[in-house]
Ligand binder design. Structure first.
Ligand code: AMP
Ligand code: FES
Ligand code: ZN
Length: 298
C-alpha cells in the first residue's frame, strides 16, 4: 500500500482492516456496540466485507438486500441476491430482502422507462429508490443506524464531482456520518477511508464470494469517469485520493469551507404519503415517481 508506505502479509492484513475500521467507527462516532446496525448489502465486495468486519468486531449487524430487478444480460440482481443470501446463511446472519417490484408494482428499469420515456439510464431513479427504501426500512424495523459500503474511491469521486460543480448543498452533506434527523435514519460509511483495491484484497483474502460485475448500467457513467481520472492522478501522486478526501473533511469541520456561510438547506416537511422529509410542495420525489409510473401502467 504505497499510500500508507505499508506492506502486510495475509494474516496481518486481515487484522489490519478490521482494526482500522474500528478506529474510524470510534473517531467519527458512528455507532456503539449496544446499537442495532442495518448493513445495506448489494452482493458486492465492499458491502459484504463491511458486514463481515462489523460482525468480526462484535457489532450487532443485520443485512438488507434490495431487489432492483436489473438483468442487463448477466442476471445481475438475481446473482447479487444469491451471493448476499449465501453470505448470510454461511455466517448465520439475518438478511432482510425487499423487492422493489413486489413492494411497488414496478422494477427499477420499469420506473426508469416511465420517468425518462425510454431515454437515459436508470441510475438516477435507482439511487432515489435505494435511498428512500433504505431509510424507510431502517426506521420501520427499528434500527439505530444504516451502514453502507461506500469506499474511498466512491467518496473521492463524489467529492470531485461536487467540487467541479461547487454544489454547496451536496458538499455540506457529504461525510462519514449523516446524523439522524426528523424522518431520517442516521447513515454511516465505515469504509470511507479504504481504497477500493484494499477492499478487493480484503474480500479475496477472507474468501468472501461476491459479484465481480458492476451494475450493467454503470458503464460509461460520470462517476466511473471521475474514478478513472483520480486513479491517473494517484499513479503519479500516491495518496492523493486520501488527502483530497481527508483535507475536505478537516476543512469542513473547522468551518474553513467558504461555502458553509452562504448555504441554507431548504425547508423540509414530511411527505403526506410516506412521511419522509421533502422540500417539494406536495409528495416527495419518490412517491411522485411511483404514482406516475402506476398511472401510466394502467
Ligand atoms: P452503489 O450505489 O452501487 O455504489 O452502492 C453503494 C452502497 O449502497 C453499497 O456499498 C451498499 O451498501 C448499498 N447498496 C447498493 N445496492 C444495494 C442493494 N441492491 N441492496 C442493498 N444495498 C445496496
Ligand atoms: Fe442502480 Fe445500476 S442502476 S445499481
Ligand atoms: Zn413520499
Amino acid at each position: 500500500m504505497r499510500q500508507h508506505k505499508l506492506a502486510l502479509c495475509r494474516e496481518h492484513y486481515l487484522q489490519w482492516v478490521p482494526e482500522q475500521t474500528e478506529r474510524f467507527i470510534i473517531k467519527y462516532q458512528m455507532f456503539t456496540k449496544g446499537e442495532k446496525i442495518l448493513v445495506a448489502v448489494s452482493g458486492g465486495k465492499d458491502s459484504l466485507s463491511l458486514w463481515d468486519i462489523l460482525v468480526r468486531l462484535g457489532y450487532q449487524a443485520d443485512g438488507l438486500y434490495l431487489g432492483l430487478g436489473i438483468d442487463g444480460g448477466i442476471d445481475y440482481s438475481h446473482e447479487s441476491q444469491r451471493l448476499s443470501e449465501k453470505f448470510a446463511d454461511e455466517h448465520n446472519l439475518k438478511l432482510h430482502v425487499v423487492d422493489i417490484e413486489k413492494e411497488y408494482g414496478q422494477s427499477i428499469p420499469m420506473l426508469a422507462e416511465s420517468s425518462h420515456r425510454g431515454y437515459g439510464k436508470p441510475c438516477a431513479v435507482c439511487g432515489l429508490a435505494k435511498r428512500h427504501e433504505m431509510n424507510r426500512i431502517a426506521r420501520d424495523l427499528g434500527y439505530d443506524v444504516l451502514a453502507t459500503g461506500h469506499n474511498l474511491d466512491d467518496e473521492a469521486a463524489v467529492l470531485f464531482g461536487n467540487t467541479l460543480n461547487w454544489s454547496s448543498e451536496y458538499l455540506l452533506r457529504q461525510g462519514p456520518v449523516l446524523p439522524e434527523a426528523e424522518g431520517l435514519a442516521r447513515k454511516v460509511k465505515p469504509l470511507c477511508r479504504f481504497y477500493e483495491r484494499e477492499m478487493t484484497a480484503y474480500a479475496l483474502l477472507s474468501g468472501i464470494e461476491y459479484i465481480y460485475e458492476e451494475c450493467p448500467f454503470a458503464e460509461g457513467s460520470q462517476s466511473i469517469f471521475y474514478k478513472e481520472t483520480l486513479n491517473q492522478l494517484e499513479t503519479t501522486r500516491p495518496g492523493v485520493k486520501l488527502t483530497f478526501y481527508l483535507r475536505f473533511l478537516e476543512a469542513r469541520k473547522s468551518g474553513e469551507l467558504f461555502i458553509e456561510k452562504n448555504v441554507r438547506l431548504g425547508d423540509l416537511h414530511p411527505c403526506p404519503k410516506c412521511g419522509q422529509p421533502t422540500s417539494t410542495s406536495d409528495l416527495c420525489t419518490f412517491c411522485r415517481m411511483i404514482e406516475k409510473a402506476n398511472i401510466e401502467a394502467e
